[in-house]
Write a protein that binds this ligand. Structure first.
Ligand code: GTP
Ligand code: MG
Length: 133
């Protein structure tokens, strides 16, 4: 009976959790995107003033509930010295959002290079392996 009830409770209230990595160059707008998403989807979240957002040193985590899914966003700093950390988080995530500042034309090729170098060549294989190991 307990198993039945706990199964029903989980079915009704437990959310499926997914980890989403937010990547991109420094100053691309990753943290701003995360703050906007939290404000839009989390009813009781008041949001912080966008002008108060400063460069991310390390990792910034934010959670957003969408329907029956709980999305845990990992917003990584985009500075060059932090880009070497991207692939370590990449192996553990379910999805990636790559943010590009389309108005910063001078850095578009740098952004492409960071995307090509910062992530493994065969993403799905590496992600699958990480999940099975
Ligand atoms: N006009 C405009 N400004 C934006 C937008 N998104 C971000 N910004 C501004 O761009 C700057 C950098 O934004 P962040 O969100 O801190 O960028 P980031 O990608 O998190 O940067 P790092 O943490 O250094 O990797 C801030 O001054 C933001 O206010 C946008 O959509 N439009
Ligand atoms: Mg940031």
């Amino acid at each position: 009976m307990y198993t039945l009830l706990s199964g029903l409770y989980k079915y009704m209230f437990q959310k499926d959790e997914y980890c989403i990595l937010i990547l991109g160059l420094d100053n691309a707008g990753k943290t701003t995107f995360l703050e906007q998403s939290k404000t839009r989807f989390n009813k009781n979240y008041k949001g912080m003033s966008l002008s108060k957002i400063t460069t991310t040193v390390g990792l910034n985590i934010g959670t957003v509930d969408v329907g029956k899914a709980r999305l845990m966003f990992w917003d990584l700093g985009g500075q060059e010295e932090l880009q070497s950390l991207w692939d370590k988080y990449y192996a553990e995530c379910h999805g990636v959002i790559y943010v590009i500042d389309s108005t910063d034309e001078e850095r578009l090729s740098e952004s492409k290079e960071a995307f090509d170098c910062g992530l493994p060549e065969s993403p799905s294989e590496q992600a699958k392996q990480a999940r099975w190991n």
